[in-house]
Design a protein. Structure first.
Length: 563
């Protein structure tokens, strides 16, 4: 029955020494017998014995229910199962190990991402969700999802991608995980934890090849048809890429393209180097950001991403661009990292240029009050007003000629909710924005940049004259902002060197004593803000008073020209 053994039956004896020898021979026989029944396999997982370990405890912890701890004793030729020396190495055949499901966990979601499975309708992917074997994930046009597997490996699925989870298993408490994925469309980035045993596996199958790793950082593309074939790009470690046509071992800093499932992957080629960021144009101090870099030879385009500095698998922003710069309007607060890489003509992406930067989590930006969006102001030093944020101790105002505020023309702080620039702005188009500061001086994010036009053309107050009491006539004009005062000048001469009237008033009208003789009068009005800032005088308007008006009952309504 067991050709490798010759069965020996010990002879009974009443001698105690012979009885002890008989027991030891029986134990050795059991071990030898089990060794013949369960020969050693080529793949074993090794375990180092700890104090207090017993074979039956280890068997219940790591072995399948159908495998007895006696099998483990025989496989390791353990003579005394009651005494396991600490530090001893026990070998567990992979086929004997307990296999359990190991669902993937959703670490981060950006944009619309859907998951579906057999007999289940599609649903939105949410952070913290667990996904099991057979789950199929699809990302939208501006979306991504990051998955964490049982061994802490990470996969980032990019926009317009589709992926299926074919195998998600773990070998009990051994730390070995079997992860097999099918990338059907789009792109993925992978950071794989180093293998913890011979059964550890991480495989991604694209339409034309499979990438197998045991601990590395790499990217996989499913291609996009005739223009770009599936590719594997290795950033750290090595990746085995193969199909039925052959295999290619891809080293760090190289990529291989697999144009056909029946043709071996192409010989690995070096990745394009990281673009050089341009500090003269790069602006990462405040939103909106400007990512700028030097053009790179051999690049047909560029990929720009922003990730969390401490968790680069979490994608916060992603864009493809053909030009060596890109504007980034909005990002969440935190310590972030800018990534820029070149894209070759075959679609392979190169190494990353990196730059860490903070996005402050200070007070919220205030609501702006004035000037309004796109308003034209007729003051070279316009007054800016905004609402105060409850936890803000101060505010900072910026004015620039460009929406990115690369070179602000005005940057002033104030503890008030209004500010007038110290310097005059020439006529032209500008943008302005406000940020809040907390008690420690930490600046929050700037609010939306609002367009503004500064004009040196005077404002028309729409002056008119009307009949008033006997011997007087009244000048009226369009009211300004609340709190403004007005200065009115009336003179016989256009230079106002000797005005007949030079008076301030809080109301948009004034009663003027009737001149004793007719002729031409010159009139102009100036607006004075509540902080004392006086704007330009309105255009001078000439009013001819006929003799009948001089001595008559009163003046008819006269419309004056605009400022």
């Amino acid at each position: 029955m067991f050709p490798c053994l010759r069965i020996w039956k010990p002879v009974p004896s009443l001698n105690p020494r012979l009885l002890r020898l008989n027991a030891l021979l029986r134990a050795a026989l059991v071990v030898l017998l089990l060794a013949c029944v369960f020969p050693a396999t080529a793949q074993d997982w090794s375990y180092r014995v700890r104090p207090g370990d017993t074979l039956w405890d280890l068997g219940s912890r790591y072995l399948k229910p159908s495998v007895s701890w006696h099998s483990l004793q025989a496989h390791n030729r353990v003579a005394n199962p009651y005494q396991l020396p600490p530090g001893q190495t026990l070998r567990f055949p992979i086929a004997w190990l307990r296999v359990e499901p190991a669902p993937a966990r959703v670490l981060a979601v950006r944009g619309p991402v859907q998951v579906s499975a057999a007999h289940l309708s599609s649903r939105a992917v949410q952070e913290g969700m667990t996904l099991g074997i057979g789950s199929q994930i699809q990302t939208g046009a501006d979306a991504s999802v990051t998955l964490v597997f049982a061994d802490d490996s990470h996969l980032q699925l990019r926009e317009n991608s589709q992926l299926q989870l074919d195998q998600l298993s773990s070998y009990g408490d051994t730390g070995m995980v079997d992860t097999r994925i099918r990338l059907q469309r789009g792109r993925s980035s992978n950071r794989v934890t180093p293998a913890r045993g011979p059964a550890s596996r991480y495989m991604i199958t694209a339409p034309t090849a499979t990438s197998s790793v045991r601990g590395t950082v790499f990217r996989v593309s499913a291609g996009n048809g005739a223009q770009q074939a599936p590719a594997t790009e290795v950033l750290e470690g090595r990746v085995q890429v193969g199909n039925r046509g052959g295999d290619e071992l891809v080293d760090s800093g190289h990529a291989t393209v697999s144009s056909s499932a029946s043709q071996a992957p192409a010989k690995a080629q070096p990745l394009l180097p990281a673009p050089q960021l341009d500090p003269a144009r790069l602006r990462l101090e405040s939103l909106p950001l400007l990512a700028a870099w030097q053009p790179l030879a051999g690049a047909s385009g560029y990929r720009v991403e922003v990730v969390q500095a401490q968790a680069p698998e979490v994608l916060l922003f992603a864009r493809d661009t053909a030009t060596p710069e890109l504007h980034i309007d909005d990002l969440p607060p935190g310590q972030l990292r800018l990534l820029v890489r070149a894209v070759a003509a075959d679609g392979t992406e190169g190494r990353d240029a990196e730059r860490d930067f903070p996005v402050p989590d200070g007070p919220q930006p205030p609501l702006t009050l004035a000037p309004l969006h796109g308003q034209t102001v007729h003051q070279p030093q316009p007054r800016f007003e905004w609402a105060m944020v409850p936890d803000a101790a101060a505010s900072v105002v910026q004015v620039a000629s460009d929406a990115l505020f690369l070179q602000p023309l005005v940057e002033q702080q104030t503890r008030s909710n209004r500010l007038r620039p110290k310097t005059e702005l020439a006529p032209g188009n500008y943008f302005w924005r406000v940020a809040s500061l907390d008690a420690q001086g930490q600046r929050g994010r700037f609010g939306q940049a609002l367009p503004l036009q500064v004009s040196d053309a005077p404002v028309d107050p729409q002056l008119e004259s009307a009949k008033a009491a006997k011997g007087y006539f009244t000048l009226r004009w369009q009211a300004g902002e609340p709190g403004q005062r007005y200065r009115v000048q009336v003179a016989r001469r256009g230079d106002f060197s000797k005005p007949l009237l030079d008076q301030e008033t809080a109301t948009p009208e004034i009663a003027l004593k009737r001149p004793w003789r007719g002729g031409t009068l010159h009139v102009r009005v100036q607006t004075i803000d509540d902080d004392g800032y006086a704007g330009a005088f309105s255009p001078v308007q000439q009013v001819r008073l006929p003799c009948g008006l001089c001595y008559g009952a009163g003046a008819g309504a006269l419309l004056l020209l605009a400022l």
